[in-house]
Design a binder for this molecule. Structure first.
Ligand SMILES: Cc1cc2nc3c(=O)[nH]c(=O)nc-3n(C[C@H](O)[C@H](O)[C@H](O)COP(=O)(O)OP(=O)(O)OC[C@H]3O[C@@H](n4cnc5c(N)ncnc54)[C@H](O)[C@@H]3O)c2cc1C
Length: 430
């Protein structure tokens, strides 16, 4: 069962034209639309299902600098600032709290990884620090795990995925954005060699610029226009508990579980060390590009071959503006939950912090993540299609960076000074 997001009454209008069309009402498309609307630029967001219903409401809600690729840190630092301004900007609580993020290490090799990361980001004035087992016991009491040490960043945080997209959508509409749900974009319309509109299942909308923020669907959308975006799907299963007296407010990750306190008093928990990769045709086409990552992460990835392969094959890779597109066939990607992995996470966590032995599991769900070969997103103009900008491939960590990532996408669309240097996110690097 998917997490329920705070309901939003989206627009009933379907304007014939606008300045910018955003394809995808996930948190990236919505923050971009909010930024555009705040700048007085007419914008229409088109979402094939319900806003936030795919990755953006299913994630863990971690807002993390710890362990990030150093190229992604400026975006994370800007996002921390923007998250802290959200309540004022949106006039709504998105559950943001700078409660800190900690990773605990069971082995010297894991600890060495944290030490290497801290060295690699030295000089960036982060508040990350290494922890001894005694520090861990002090910060997260009641544990019985045998840790070699850990890493902690007090300024990392969390927000509530089930609040955030709705609040951003509402604020964007209050500033003039139009958001249309249950409206798939089938194709781009081109004239004089550049984007001039989009064809949707409800007809055409003319526009000057398009931002594609379609999450895992962006690869298929672009493929239909002859542009290759290498992303592969990974599925993570998650569950939440009833409100409980937990050991800490800090979000904690180990190699085989993670937990973080929720706004409702419960915890969101996952088997951090196990991502499930449903094999699809794209693995055969572009899987070789992921081999270095796969070698490093081999123990964490569980491959599966079966129904997903057939389901994926049944979705078209080429279609025309007049034909029903794959986006109308799958309104919301809702992958099956791997209850075995969730049970594993709870067992591992309970061994480490026995207070979790007696939790009441309230709900479980799964989400499909779009992963690029270098795990960095693409936030970039698409050179082959003038007028098209892409913001996708957030590789399992786009919730945390969404405020700055959405703003960067809006900057690129409008030619404004970018919030951070966009070079690491160019499509051409892939
Ligand atoms: C289980 C899980 C845990 C995660 N944990 C974290 C975490 O703790 N911290 C973190 O930072 N990130 C986390 N992430 C990643 C994070 O959720 C994503 O990076 C982020 O939500 C991406 O947002 P998005 O808007 O790009 O994609 P999405 O939320 O997937 O939105 C894309 C939207 O585009 C729509 N769409 C696609 N094509 C079309 C079309 N042609 N027409 C109309 N609409 C279209 C889709 O329906 C969808 O709603 C996690 C993800 C998952 C699944």
């Amino acid at each position: 069962m998917a997490p329920v997001i705070v309901p939003v009454q989206t627009s009933i209008d379907f304007p014939p034209s606008t300045t910018v069309v955003v394809i995808g009402g996930g948190i990236i498309g919505l923050t971009a639309a909010l930024t555009l609307a705040e700048r007085g630029i007419p914008v229409v967001v088109l979402e094939k299902g319900r806003i936030g219903a795919e990755q953006s409401s299913r994630n863990l809600g971690w807002i993390r600098k710890t362990g990030r690729d150093k190229h992604d840190l400026p975006l994370s630092v800007e996002s921390d600032r923007l998250w802290s301004e959200m309540p004022q900007r949106l006039g709504a609580d998105v559950g943001y709290s700078q409660a800190g993020i900690m990773y605990v290490a069971r082995t010297e090799a894991e600890m060495a990884g944290h030490e290497t990361w801290i060295k690699s980001v030295g000089g960036r004035s982060l508040d990350s620090r290494l922890l001894s087992p005694a520090n861990i016991a002090e910060l997260v009491p009641g544990g019985s795990g045998k840790w070699v040490g850990g890493i902690f960043t007090p300024s990392d945080g969390r927000a509530e995925p089930q609040f955030a997209s709705s609040a951003i959508a509402r604020a964007a509409m209050a500033k003039g954005a139009v958001i249309v749900e249950n409206c798939a974009v089938r194709t781009l319309e081109m004239s004089a060699g550049r984007v001039s509109g989009v064809m949707t299942e409800r007809g055409e909308i003319r526009c000057e610029q398009v931002l594609l923020a379609g999450g895992m669907w962006s690869r298929r959308f672009l493929g239909n226009h002859g542009v290759s975006l290498p992303t592969l799907p990974l599925v993570a299963s998650v569950f939440r508990t009833a409100p409980m007296q937990g050991p800490t407010d800090i979000a904690v990750g180990a190699s085989d579980f993670s937990f973080r306190k929720r706004h409702d008093g419960g915890y969101t928990i996952t088997q951090r060390g196990a991502l499930y990769a449903p094999l699809v045709l794209d693995h055969l086409l572009i899987g070789y590009r992921y081999l270095p990552t796969l070698r490093a992460q081999w123990n964490n990835v569980r491959l599966s071959f079966g129904r997903d392969f057939v389901n994926d094959l049944s979705l078209a890779r080429r279609w025309t503006a007049g034909a029903r597109s794959p986006f109308e066939r799958v309104r919301t990607m809702d992958p099956p939950v791997n209850e075995g992995l969730n049970a594993e996470a709870l067992r591992n966590l309970s061994k480490a912090w026995p207070v979790f032995n007696s939790v009441e599991v309230k709900q479980s769900w799964a989400g499909m993540i779009d992963v690029t070969p270098d795990s960095l997103p693409v936030i970039s103009p698409v050179a082959r299609i003038p007028g098209l900008t892409l913001a996708s491939g957030f590789s399992g960590h786009g919730f945390g960076t969404s405020p700055a990532a959405g703003q960067l996408a809006a900057d690129l669309v409008t030619g404004s000074a970018p919030i951070v240097d966009p070079t690491p996110y160019r499509l051409e690097r892939l």
